[in-house]
Design a protein around this ligand. Structure first.
Ligand SMILES: Cc1cc2nc3c(=O)[nH]c(=O)nc-3n(C[C@H](O)[C@H](O)[C@H](O)COP(=O)(O)OP(=O)(O)OC[C@H]3O[C@@H](n4cnc5c(N)ncnc54)[C@H](O)[C@@H]3O)c2cc1C
Length: 349
């Protein structure tokens, strides 16, 4: 999120400063451990669909503008729903203006010739894709020209109604506007100004195979796994999208990683045997209630805190470009963006 904000700010002529204790490639960040699917089809709520749809369009415009920013996998194929649900999802998305279709088994095989466990139907969304999370964040940061300061933020500085800076282990930094895009670190920072911000962080296990020859250009989302192929040929494999809670000290993580590979071994006729390369256990930055929080904080007295802008969400890749660009209208022009109205702090707290 921070990289998206830095790029969007630079596009508006600002000189952003990033303060972060971890670079995007540090495995502690949500970004480093992300599947980074830019999608809209998972939104069943219209306001959330519109936010994500707008963001997907912004990503596509950023891809036109920024050399090297590109989908590394494109076209999503989802069958983690029943055939009836797939049809009703497609109907709803089409009504909302998203090009998509329901593929039958025969058509799906023509798109995914290596698939051997073939569902009755799949939802196909051609505009969705994935980016490589770390290189994308680094590219946006570089293009933004942001000054990057590696520091740990201990506290926000200011008064009850106006934030003017942060105190870090490198000293104080003052700013006209602070965008708090700290993922799972948000509650601790807000606690320093007595703001309670609960999150419902969950774990997600992603398994990377050793590179194999090209077999998949799209993203596949099945009931028990999701998989895409990275530019170096590795498969990046997740399980179901629900919370993952391994028992400590049981070796369960390594076993489950192998099981995720097994699911792909049986679902696909892979062009080479699949071997485990590595796995990550990431923490999804999920605000309480599951929806993004965007914008100013409103206190219980109904006042908004100046100088501080929140941007916390799971699906930070899906939402990042749109949220960052539209937030600039709020921050610089004093606009109130209608797309954000369902995602304000008052709803999250
Ligand atoms: C397993 C998994 C799969 C995912 N899949 C998808 C997907 O397919 N599509 C999608 O859109 N999203 C997905 N996400 C979510 C997505 O990756 C995140 O929403 C996105 O990376 C945005 O994260 P962020 O910038 O808010 O947090 P992070 O990437 O965690 O960055 C937070 C930054 O804040 C810094 N920070 C925090 N506290 C402090 C402090 N006190 N002082 C200084 N710095 C601090 C950290 O060092 C870090 O640099 C997934 C996440 C996980 C874990």
């Amino acid at each position: 999120m921070g990289a998206c904000f830095a790029y969007a700010a630079a596009q508006r002529g600002l000189s952003p400063v990033i303060i972060a204790s971890d670079a995007p490639d540090n495995g502690k960040t949500g970004t480093a451990t992300s599947w980074a699917w830019i999608n809209v089809n998972s939104a069943s709520d219209k306001a959330y669909f519109q936010l994500r749809h707008n963001s997907m369009q912004r990503w596509q415009s950023w891809m036109q503008r920024l050399d090297g920013l590109t989908y590394s996998a494109q076209d999503s194929y989802c069958w983690d729903l029943t055939p009836n649900q797939i049809q009703s999802t497609a109907n709803r998305l089409q009504e909302w203006g998203l090009p998509c279709s329901v593929l039958n088994a025969a058509t799906l095989i023509s798109h995914l010739p290596r698939l051997q466990e073939i569902p009755i139907a799949a939802l196909h969304v051609p505009m969705e894709g994935a980016v490589e999370p770390v290189s994308t964040a680094n590219l946006l940061l570089k293009a933004s020209g942001a000054q990057i300061i590696k520091a740990h933020v201990h506290s926000l500085l200011g008064t009850a109604d106006s934030i003017t800076g942060v105190m870090t282990d490198q000293g104080a930094f003052m700013a006209d506007e602070i965008v708090l895009a700290a993922g799972n670190g948000t509650p601790r920072i807000l606690d320093t100004i007595d703001i309670d911000y609960p999150m419902e962080t969950t774990n997600g296990l992603l398994v990377r195979s050793k590179p194999i020859p090209p077999m998949l250009t799209g993203l596949v989302i099945a009931p028990k796994f999701h998989v895409r192929q990275q530019p170096d040929g590795s498969l990046l494999i997740g399980g179901s999208f629900g919370p993952y809670a391994p028992e400590n000290g049981t070796g369960q993580l390594a076993n489950d990683a192998e099981k995720q590979l097994d699911l792909i071994r049986s679902a696909f006729d892979t062009p080479a045997p699949l071997e485990l390369d590595s796995f990550t256990l990431g923490q999804r930055p999920i605000p309480k209630g599951g929806m993004p929080t965007i914008g100013r904080i409103t206190t219980s007295a109904g006042d908004s805190i100046n100088g501080l802008y929140l941007a916390v969400m799971h699906s930070g890749f899906s939402n990042g470009a749109g949220v960052a660009e539209n937030a600039m209208d709020e921050l610089l022009d004093g606009a109130t963006h209608p797309l954000f109205e369902s995602f304000r702090f008052s709803r999250a707290s």
